[in-house]
Design a protein around this ligand. Structure first.
Ligand code: FES
Length: 204
């Protein structure tokens, strides 16, 4: 129940108790250990460990939840609660390039609807859909913390800001041509090479 008395429900389908030891490959386990040691209470490492699970499995799966739960000695439901709250954890498969458009007020006032409509036309996708070839997926999300450069979107783990139709046209064309690594690896603790010439931020 929330503070204002509203009742909400978490989709508990698929949740089951942790089934014995779960282990990921050694680099993931080592990185998880490093992260857990940074916190006085191990449960504080839920979010980075969920990123590791997502990086390994490609999305948040029951096996990933069980792994996080076992590393942090928590019930799986507590890990699900965090995973289902945040849109950056994928609860269903996404495309190779996952476009998340912020639709919260500052972005809305600066043209987020236009950005979404442009993507709908350009990608042929409605929010929540994945293209048939699995290359693109598209979603509308709440504030991504880049309000000062609205309107903006996040593609995989890279922000693209101050968007216009022209800018988006160039960004999408370059991604289709260059197929850059726009992922942040929590296991390696580094961002992918990104688009040529501007690996860490927007490109045009
Ligand atoms: S409102 Fe869009 S990033 Fe904050």
């Amino acid at each position: 129940m929330t503070d204002n008395g509203q009742v909400f429900h978490i989709n508990t389908r698929g949740i089951s108790p942790t089934k014995g030891p779960v282990a990921l490959p050694e680099p993931a386990e080592r990185r998880a250990g490093e992260i857990i040691r940074q916190y006085p209470q191990s449960r504080s490492a839920i979010m980075p460990l969920l990123y590791i699970a997502q990086e390994h499995f490609g999305l948040i799966t029951q096996a990933g939840i069980d792994w996080v739960a076992s590393r942090l000695s928590l019930p799986p439901i507590q890990v699900w609660e965090v995973a289902t709250f945040y849109t950056m954890y994928y609860k269903k498969p996404v495309g190779r390039y996952h476009v998340q458009v912020c639709r919260t007020l500052p972005c809305a006032l600066r043209g987020a609807k236009k950005v979404s409509e442009f993507l709908h036309r350009r990608l042929g996708l409605k929010p929540g859909e994945v293209s048939k070839d699995g290359f693109w997926s598209f979603e509308e999300v709440e504030c991504l913390g880049s309000c000062g450069t609205a309107p903006m979107c996040q593609i995989n783990d890279v922000f693209f800001e101050n968007l216009t139709d022209e800018k988006l046209t160039q960004i999408l064309a370059r991604i289709e041509k260059e197929k850059p690594d726009l992922r942040f690896s929590t296991i390696r603790d580094e961002l992918g090479a990104g688009l040529a010439g501007s690996p860490k931020s927007e490109i045009v």
